[in-house]
Write a protein that binds this ligand. Structure first.
Ligand code: CLF
Ligand code: SF4
Length: 284
């Protein structure tokens, strides 16, 4: 049975757990993606601290070796997460890895992050793999707005663009959230906050995802890059205002660290990635 929101609020650092004694590891087993966010810039490197970056991509079996090492170095790790560097449902590697973790480390919280395009049709597999907490990135619930943030989706072998793509994505995200939440898995929604595009739309997103069963909400400030390199990143007052709008409808998580896809350790604390992935320390 999936962990309840109440339990995650004690043991999961991104769902309200104490960030001083609960940590997470990200296992970068999911290389490919099936949508094309206009701000995405996936990279293999050792130094950038942001989502979509990893020092390497692992196979599920390699991920189990890394996990064993990480738990020895940092016993505070309570969560094994998979957050890329691409989408966790675009390939089967994430679900395969969660099944291995379920067998070997039944007490670890299994945390999955997805763009949600395939969430509805793969919900049963996610439930069966024993995922405890799921994050869906929902950047808009209005296709006109979402289309400004996403170039295209590749869905059942066909490419869709613009508003048509956005409408399919949003429908699948919301249906998927509903199915996953109904199975007792705690759902968090992340939104990349782009003030000039979805800044006035946050309350609508928060309301819609809460109605479908999401329990906690997190805003990720835009890093201006790729096609959105000329958009303004939000300033602190804009982030606070957006949190206030969302907070009218849903719990808000305020301590996001914009983790790499291979982050290891406590949020905001020492990252063990240099020891585990042999990352080169910047400047050395
Ligand atoms: Fe990782 Fe994300 Fe799970 Fe946390 S991170 S998959 S929910 S275990 Fe957390 Fe990092 Fe922010 Fe993500 S601080 S980027 S919200
Ligand atoms: Fe990049 Fe993630 Fe968007 Fe895929 S879902 S394009 S990996 S930001």
């Amino acid at each position: 049975m999936a962990d309840t929101y109440q339990k995650l609020q004690s043991f999961h650092p991104c769902f309200g757990g104490n960030r001083n004694n609960t940590g997470r590891i990200h296992l970068p087993v999911s290389p490919g993606c099936n949508i094309s966010c206009k701000f995405c810039d996936r990279k293999i490197n050792d130094h950038e601290e942001r989502p979509g970056v990893t020092s390497q991509v692992l196979t599920p079996l390699e991920a189990m070796e890394v996990l064993e090492k990480a738990l020895t170095l940092c016993p505070e790790i309570t969560v094994a997460g998979i957050a890329g560097p691409g989408d966790t449902l675009a390939t089967d590697y994430a679900l395969e890895t969660f099944r291995l973790i379920r067998e070997k480390y039944p007490r670890l919280i299994k945390c999955m992050s997805t763009n949600g395009l395939l969430l509805s049709e793969r919900a049963e597999e996610i439930i069966e793999a024993g995922v405890d907490s799921l994050t869906v990135t929902v950047n808009g619930v209005d296709p006109e707005i979402e289309a400004k943030l996403n170039r295209l989706i590749v869905y059942h072998g066909k490419v869709y663009i613009g508003v048509e793509a956005a409408a399919i994505l949003i429908e699948n995200q919301l249906k998927g959230i509903e199915k996953i939440a109904a199975a007792g898995i705690t759902v968090k929604v992340n939104t990349v906050l782009v003030p000039g595009i979805n800044g006035e739309h946050i309350e609508d997103i928060a309301r819609a995802v809460k109605e479908r069963g999401a329990q906690i909400y997190n805003l990720i400030p835009l890093i201006p890059q790729s096609d959105l390199r000329n958009e303004q990143a939000p300033v602190c007052s804009q982030i606070e205002e957006a949190r206030a709008q969302a907070g009218k409808h849903i719990d808000v998580f305020r301590h996001c660290q914009h983790c790499r896809a291979d982050a290891v350790g406590l949020l905001g604390g020492k990252d063990y990635g240099d020891l585990i992935y042999q990352r080169r320390i910047v400047g050395s």
